[in-house]
Design a protein around this ligand. Structure first.
Ligand code: PEP
Ligand code: MN
Length: 336
């Protein structure tokens, strides 16, 4: 931390000095022409930093180290997230695929049977939907969770579904293998804490307005509750441009992989929002070192109950899957 004071504030400097000595921090005092700069080293919490910030007469306080720790490579070099059933995210490349929403047992069965024939082990499906309009399809709720469980079990897949309300946690724990915390709930810290405490694997999506720091702090909440099975999912951010649903900063992938030990996947479906661009963006994610992609897949996108415009059909998925297989083998890697 670096504390900056105006040169004439010598009484404030004395106060700062006393507080730093009391806290056992190491510091020095550099007197410039206009400012006094006090670099401080030691184990400083966010609370300590804010206390110095609030001293009347302190010009500014700059934080030097990152505000999170458990998610970083300093804490651990690499995490492989075991989601059961011999599926480990962080080892090989994973496809997490399925419909935007679970629509019926028959339709999920058809999608899962196709995906499993391609070797996909993780089945996604929304059951409680966060729709912008209250008049849009809201999902099948608990019935959808039961369908996810049955279909996933039948095909030896692991299920992934988004929780939107803490009150549903028990039914998620009963039926679902990986709990998704969606973009709109990334800031729901009460939900993060409880999902963290549950110990279930979590797929955490970045909120469209979140900085990387906010995203990693949300993951820190999960780890702080003792849950180490966390997967980070980039899904794009909101910008001024509405030609493409969200702006995906693809550099986020290598950056998160560099800073954090957690696996990183990309969701180009919600990020791009236009089915025909999704294969190219998925391929780029492989080259950038992602641990997987989450894709919305439907046998008849034009009749899907939600997000049909961004769902790829079986033929598109087959081509994408094959091309990614080729890219992975050229990189000396493979699909998990
Ligand atoms: C989803 O994956 O079903 C979803 C709603 O995505 P996001 O939270 O990223 O908008
Ligand atoms: Mn969707």
């Amino acid at each position: 931390m670096i504390i900056v004071l105006k040169r004439e504030k010598t009484d404030v400097l004395e106060d700062v000095r006393r507080r730093l000595m009391r806290g056992g921090f190491q510091f020095s005092v550099l007197e410039g022409v206009k400012y006094i700069v006090v670099p401080v080293v030691g184990d400083l919490s966010a609370g300590d930093i804010n206390r110095f910030r609030s001293i009347n007469g302190v010009e500014k306080v700059l934080r030097v180290s990152s505000p999170y720790y458990l998610v970083t490579k300093e804490c651990r070099t690499k995490s492989v997230v075991d989601v059961g059933g011999d599926v480990r995210i962080g080892e090989g490349f994973h496809f997490i695929a399925g419909p935007c929403s679970v629509e019926s047992e028959e339709s999920l069965e058809r999608i899962a049977a196709f995906l499993v024939s391609k070797g996909v082990r993780l089945l996604r499906g929304g059951t409680y939907k966060m729709r912008s309009s209250p008049y849009s399809f809201q999902g099948l709720g608990e019935e959808g969770l039961r369908i996810m469980q049955q279909v996933a079990r039948r095909h030896g897949m692991r299920s992934v579904s988004e929780i939107i309300d803490l009150r549903n946690l028990d039914v998620f724990l009963e039926h679902i293998d990986v709990i998704q915390v969606g973009a709109r709930n990334m800031y729901n810290y009460a939900l993060l804490r409880e999902v963290g405490r549950s110990g279930k694997p979590v797929l955490l999506k970045r909120a469209p307005s979140a900085r990387i720091e906010d995203f990693l702090l949300a993951a820190e909440y999960l780890l702080l509750e003792g849950n180490e099975r966390v997967v980070l999912c980039e899904r794009g951010s909101l910008t001024f441009d509405d030609a493409i649903r969200s702006a995906i900063n693809m550099a986020t992938i290598p950056m998160l992989k560099d800073v954090s030990h957690l696996p990183v996947v990309l969701d180009p479906s919600h990020g791009v929002g236009i089915a025909r661009y999704i294969p190219a963006v998925s391929e780029a994610a492989v080259l950038l070192g992602a641990d997987g992609v989450m894709l919305e897949v439907h046998f008849d996108p034009s009749n899907a109950l939600s997000d049909g415009f961004q769902s790829i059909d079986f033929a598109q998925f087959s081509r994408l899957h094959e091309r990614i297989g080729t890219i992975l083998s050229s990189l000396g890697s493979s699909c998990a």
